[in-house]
Ligand binder design. Structure first.
Ligand SMILES: Cc1cc2nc3c(=O)[nH]c(=O)nc-3n(C[C@H](O)[C@H](O)[C@H](O)COP(=O)(O)OP(=O)(O)OC[C@H]3O[C@@H](n4cnc5c(N)ncnc54)[C@H](O)[C@@H]3O)c2cc1C
Length: 369
């Protein structure tokens, strides 16, 4: 077996999305020599394509294991964003913009959930909302405002993570797709790419929507499948909208520089990432009806990403049942950013055999998800 690199790694991580990058940072900070293998370019798949809202769209609908990861992550994010800025001078724009649900038929459920979880909330009558967000179309009924919900500018967070990993001397290997693994006596000994083998003591698979394909190489099945999401970015004047606004299962996200994202579609069409005129029409109708000044704003970009879908949105985080030095962290579906710091903390705890930040059972590979 030809080893690809003479520098041995303690851990090889497969996948350079938010999950692989954040895991690499946590493990390198513990003094491990980490190599990260990425099939394309780091941070250009689902993690780049997402919206960066640091909450499930309707948090009251999320299963408890998802809520547990989100709640822990929400406490970790301000410090993570500040530390990354300090280290790299790249600002991930963590912003507590708040989130407003307009025309929601689930106000009662939302209020009850917020009260139970001690999440700050306010009920806004149509006049109240108009005073806060004058450019929005007038709401037909009361809206629910969660002022503490934050967002990050995900492409910038990914850039900051990458720069942080370079400083931590993580070996970043791009354009190398892992095509299989070498195993011996219940352990993985190396990951195979078209350019060679990468040996290590331990392995992490964080391959997003592609995770099931990769695990099939090991004879394992996991119900993680791609779910396409299309988004638009409008260039608007800064301040046109201040809060994230959710209506139905669509949303607008205002960035600090005036860019407003309109998302997103939920499509099960396999590994197809093409954008469609139909989705563009649906998103512009939604966005321009909710925020009429967008009719005069330029659409800067239209893109699609493949979310790593799992049956109930609960990610798989845990040891492979047969190959004990392989840990998996994938299947975050629509909430990969909000769950990432807590998920990667749990992964690092499991990999390093130390007490876990959260009970790991609900995320185990053989748990009923
Ligand atoms: C339109 C849209 C909007 C979203 N909005 C939000 C939001 O507002 N808030 C939120 O929390 N989440 C959101 N999400 C979900 C979030 O983006 C994902 O859950 C998250 O990015 C998943 O991260 P990941 O690292 O698992 O996957 P990815 O970012 O897809 O990373 C996986 C990486 O693994 C690499 N890879 C795959 N196979 C191999 C292989 N064999 N060898 C080497 N490398 C491999 C891929 O190239 C890829 O770079 C959104 C997603 C989309 C698409």
């Amino acid at each position: 077996m030809n080893s690809f690199s003479s520098r041995p790694a303690d851990v090889v991580i497969v996948g350079g999305g938010i999950i692989g990058l954040l895991s690499a940072r946590l493990l390198a900070q513990q003094g491990l020599r980490v190599r990260l293998l990425e099939a394309g370019s780091i941070g250009t798949q689902s993690s780049w394509a997402g919206g960066g809202i640091l909450s499930p769209l309707c948090p009251w609908r999320a299963p408890e294991p998802v809520t547990a990861l989100c709640s822990l992550s929400q406490t970790l994010y301000p410090q993570l964003a500040a530390a990354l800025f300090e280290e790299t001078r790249i600002d991930p724009e963590w912003t507590r913009s708040g989130l407003v649900f307009v025309d929601s038929a689930e106000i009662a459920e939302g209020l009850a959930w917020c009260e139970q979880k001690a999440v700050e909330t306010r009920l806004l009558l149509p006049d109240d909302l108009q005073a806060l967000e004058p450019a929005l179309s007038r709401a037909g009924a009361a809206s629910l405002w969660l002022p503490s919900i934050a967002q990050v500018r995900n492409p910038r967070l990914l850039q900051a993570l990458r720069a942080s990993l370079v400083k931590l001397e993580v070996d970043l290997v791009e354009l190398q797709q892992v095509t299989g693994f070498e195993t011996s006596e219940g352990r993985v000994t190396a990951a195979r790419t078209e350019k060679g083998w990468h040996a290590a003591e331990r392995f992490v698979v964080a391959a997003g929507a592609w995770t099931a394909k990769l695990l099939a190489e090991l004879g394992s099945t996991l119900p993680i499948a791609p779910v396409k999401g299309q988004m638009l970015a409008y260039g608007a004047a800064p301040g046109l909208l201040s809060r994230i606004v959710v209506s139905g299962d669509r949303y607008l996200i205002p960035r600090r520089d005036g860019v407003i994202l309109a998302g997103s579609t939920v499509e099960t069409v396999g590994f197809d990432k093409t954008t469609t005129e139909d989705a563009r029409g649906q998103l512009t109708n939604f966005a321009e009806r909710l925020l009429p000044p967008l009719r005069d704003a330029k659409i800067l970009r239209h893109w699609a990403g493949l979310r790593p879908g799992s049956p109930s949105g609960i990610p798989y985080i845990g040891h492979h049942p047969q190959l004990h030095n392989l840990v998996l962290c994938a299947g975050h579906f629509r909430n990969g950013f909000v769950m990432a710091p807590a998920s990667c903390q749990l992964l690092a705890d499991l990999l390093l055999d130390r007490p876990t930040a959260l009970p790991p059972e609900p995320y185990a590979l053989d748990a009923a998800h």
